[in-house]
Design a protein around this ligand. Structure first.
Ligand SMILES: NC(=O)c1ccc[n+]([C@@H]2O[C@H](COP(=O)([O-])OP(=O)(O)OC[C@H]3O[C@@H](n4cnc5c(N)ncnc54)[C@H](O)[C@@H]3O)[C@@H](O)[C@H]2O)c1
Length: 255
């Protein structure tokens, strides 16, 4: 199995892509410690996976807190015996152009989407260096590369994640640590569906309609993004470093 005995930290684990990630990595032999905000949701996910025969650990908390980010890494290092793979998947999407974006929306986007990634990478890299290498996969977005309309805080934070990924990929390649990012377009998760619900649109109909705008015929399912993240974290991607991989079904970003 690709992740046999690998020690893996995954954030945003109870969300759409996160659940697919935890199941995939744990299912392929990884020792997973996962993170999300709600203790109850983490406990439920752990129980669901246990029923499928997959043992996982979790530490619930708020990634806007530096102390939690650092505790997550030290807990993982202690409970798993090191860290080989860090998957920075958690994210939030405050919606609005600059005039609609208040200070809280701006700082929340930067805190969760960018600064937590900085704290987690900074804490994890020394463990990976000691182990002789590792892999980090961050989640940016196509909107981090080609900003979509009216999401200024989100697009800015995701662009910074892409830049951080290229920086770390370059700086830590000599340490055997590969840092890459996945940049999905639309994915069928609560994050996407909440935008439709907010506008009073039925999410099932909207997702189906949106699928018709994608050359491959559907928007991504969470597993289709998790598979790319797993590839980037795996030995198969051993020469991929500092890359931002766009996963779009060939759909360009429309502005
Ligand atoms: N869904 C899409 O269309 C899409 C497109 C491009 C990129 N992405 C990115 O993919 C990643 C996963 O998103 P998703 O679509 O699965 O969304 P999601 O909302 O289903 O999951 C995000 C998870 O992050 C967690 N999280 C948010 N703030 C947190 C905090 N302060 N502390 C701890 N956990 C926190 C949430 O609780 C949630 O479980 C995100 O980084 C998102 O920006 C999603």
């Amino acid at each position: 199995m690709r992740f046999d005995d690998k020690k893996i930290v995954i954030t945003g684990a109870t969300g759409g892509i996160g659940q697919a990630l935890v199941e995939l990595f744990a299912g392929e032999g990884g020792q997973v410690l996962f993170s999300d905000r709600s203790e109850e949701d983490c406990s439920d996910l752990s129980a669901v996976l246990k029923r499928k025969g997959l043992e996982t650990r979790y530490l619930a908390g708020d990634l806007r807190q530096k102390t939690y980010c650092e505790a997550l890494i030290s807990e993982a290092a202690e409970r798993l015996g090191g860290i080989d793979i860090l998957i920075n998947n958690a994210g939030i999407i405050p919606r609005g152009n600059i005039l609609e974006t208040n200070d809280d929306m701006w700082f929340s986007a930067l805190d969760v989407n960018l600064t937590a990634v900085f704290f987690l990478c900074r804490a994890a890299i020394p463990h990976m260096k000691r182990a002789g290498g590792g892999a980090i996969v961050n989640t940016s977005s196509t909107w981090g590369i080609y900003p979509g309309p009216d999401h200024v805080a989100y697009c800015t934070s995701k662009a910074a994640v892409a830049a951080l990924t290229k920086n770390l990929g370059r700086d830590h390649a000599p340490d055997g640590i590969r840092v890459n990012a996945v940049c999905p377009n639309e994915v069928n998760t609560p994050m996407l569906r909440s935008g439709f619900i907010r506008r009073g649109i039925d999410p099932a109909t909207a997702v189906s309609d949106l699928g018709k705008t994608v050359p491959l015929g559907h928007i991504a399912e969470p597993e289709e993004i998790a598979d790319v993240i797993a590839f980037l974290a795996s030995h198969d991607a051993r020469y991929v470093c500092g890359a931002t991989v766009e996963v779009t079904g060939a759909k360009p970003v429309y502005g």
